[in-house]
Design a protein around this ligand. Structure first.
Ligand code: TRP
Length: 286
């Protein structure tokens, strides 16, 4: 489908201060792998961030912290392009054109808007609503062919593909934009809170013990792992037996991701051990 386009990866990350293990395993670790194989462009998407109110000073700090995090995690600005979205005005310009290509009916289906707008939809910014059109502009501005995305962004990438298709059809050039493909992260599962295995690890959860920040010291990380919620059963050999043990599953998933292994292999390695033994091993790795 995209044979006339050179492989190019594009991804965007919103500038949030205080990056944590979920950001690293969910995005950055994968970005670093991709830059070894392909041309990559990574953007800190501040125009997306302002769809919800941001304090200007804090936003500026968060942008710098995010780019520092990128570099600390191994993104190499000699290999990949790393830039701030608002410094390239063409993102906003193409987004406007896409506002005229994209359909209300398409945007009305976006589940993230519904979640973020909450019960008071009338009071949400128009930007929050058309946010997926800007995301399509980010990707298609560079004619990117591949987009690493997490689960929560799959629907937005579908919309980007719809926009590219409609634009190509409307203007009679089936090769104008590529139809970008999602790169779904294999062997990755979402990183959950260390206090509640059913909630995503998040910078906004009150307890700092719920997350591992990229800026935490080794000692802090060990302490957090030690205190992480688990249960008293031993580690099973079959992952089905973890279905009702979300905290246990989360720690085992984190271990698997960090060691670039799979849950199945981790279970083979750890089967029969209890979590105090496992945690010792886990915190030794940092
Ligand atoms: N919407 C994405 C998020 O909130 C960030 C993003 C903006 C993005 N533009 C993008 C991701 C382009 C991939 C490609 O996480």
């Amino acid at each position: 489908m995209n044979k006339n386009f050179k492989d190019l990866v594009f991804s965007g990350v919103q500038p949030t201060g205080n990056l944590h293990l979920g950001n690293y395993l969910g995005a950055m670790k994968n970005f670093v792998e991709l830059q070894k194989k392909t041309n990559c462009i990574y953007s800190i998407v501040d125009l997306h961030a302002i769809t919800i109110f941001q304090d200007p000073k804090e936003l500026n700090n968060s942008i710098l912290e995010t780019v520092a995090g990128f570099i600390a995690c191994g993104l190499d600005f000699k290999k990949s392009i790393i830039f701030n979205q608002s410094s390239v005005s063409e993102h906003a310009e193409l987004a406007w054109i896409f506002n005229c290509v994209s359909r209300l009916g398409w945007l009305n289906r976006m589940t993230q808007f519904k979640e973020k707008a909450g019960t008071n939809k009338e009071n949400a910014s128009v930007g929050l609503y058309v946010y997926p059109n800007l995301m399509a502009a980010d990707i298609l501005l560079y004619k990117a062919t591949h987009v690493p995305v997490g689960d929560d962004q799959k629907q937005h990438l579908e919309l980007c593909r719809d926009i590219a298709n409609k634009f190509n059809n409307d203007f009679g050039n089936s090769e104008f934009f590529p139809i970008p493909e999602p790169l779904i992260h294999k062997n990755f599962s979402r990183v959950m809170s260390l206090r509640d295995g059913k909630k995503k690890m998040s910078k906004s959860e009150e307890s700092d013990y719920s997350r591992i920040n990229l800026q935490d010291s080794e000692d802090e990380i060990k302490k957090k792992i030690k205190k992480a919620k688990t249960d008293s059963s031993a580690i099973p050999s079959d992952k089905k037996d973890l279905e009702k043990r979300p905290e246990a599953l989360n720690l085992l998933n984190i271990y698997s991701s960090i060691t670039s292994s799979t849950l199945e292999k981790t279970l083979k390695e750890m089967e029969g051990k209890d979590f105090s033994q496992f945690k010792k091993k886990n915190s030794l790795m940092y």
